[in-house]
Design a binder for this molecule. Structure first.
Ligand code: IMP
Ligand code: MG
Length: 182
């Protein structure tokens, strides 16, 4: 069943032009932050980050390696028991490497906190985070985010790789769904 059919309307929150401009700025800042890296390992968390990472790495003025990880967040009855399961692990050995984790959205922070904990055990020489979107008002776990594209309000967003029930990833902008009154 489709959630985006009928009269559901996607309200634009961040336009394609605004995304492009911000990705350019982030890429410049990131490039300047690794003057001595041999090769930066850019890790995309699938699936939501796939378009962002594709645009970002093409603008990095650095030698890069790209790898992906798929994690699934699932919760038990209480928030504090939330765990992250690795569905697809990295193929790269990140020991003694500069690692940049690229995320689509940081919401409660649970997913990223767990991912960083796992990666830290593998001994990278540096570990930083770049997220396209951040919902600060939703944070439950403190995570250190080095680069943020946009802080957004507590709205459920789609587009530019980000989905709602596997829909909306191919939208060129970021928007939120206005459900039609039925
Ligand atoms: P967290 O563990 O609560 O920080 O969850 C972050 C993950 O939840 C993101 O990587 C997304 O996959 C998903 N998520 C959070 N907010 C949204 C949203 O507004 N739209 C689509 N996915 C979201
Ligand atoms: Mg995600």
């Amino acid at each position: 069943m489709s959630v985006l059919t009928g009269d559901d309307h996607v309200e634009i929150l961040i336009s394609e032009t605004e995304i492009t401009a911000r990705v350019n700025q982030l890429a410049k800042q990131i490039s300047e932050s690794y003057p001595d890296t041999e090769q930066l390992v850019v890790v995309g968390l699938l699936r939501g980050s796939f378009i962002f990472i594709a645009d970002l790495v093409r603008r990095l003025n650095l030698p890069v390696e790209v790898d992906f990880m798929t994690v699934s967040s699932y919760g038990d009855s209480t928030v504090s028991s939330r765990q992250v399961k690795i569905l697809k692990d990295l193929e790269t050995n990140i020991h003694n490497r500069d690692v940049l984790v690229v995320e689509d959205i940081i919401d409660t922070g649970y997913t990223l906190a767990q991912v960083l904990k796992i990666m830290q055990t593998r001994g990278p020489s540096s570990l930083s985070v770049c997220t396209l979107l951040n919902k600060p008002s939703r944070r439950e776990v403190e995570v250190d985010i080095r680069w943020t594209g946009f802080d957004i309000p507590d709205e459920f967003v789609i587009g530019y790789g980000i989905d709602y029930a596997q829909q909306g990833r191919n939208l060129p902008h970021i928007g939120f769904v206005q459900k039609s009154a039925q």
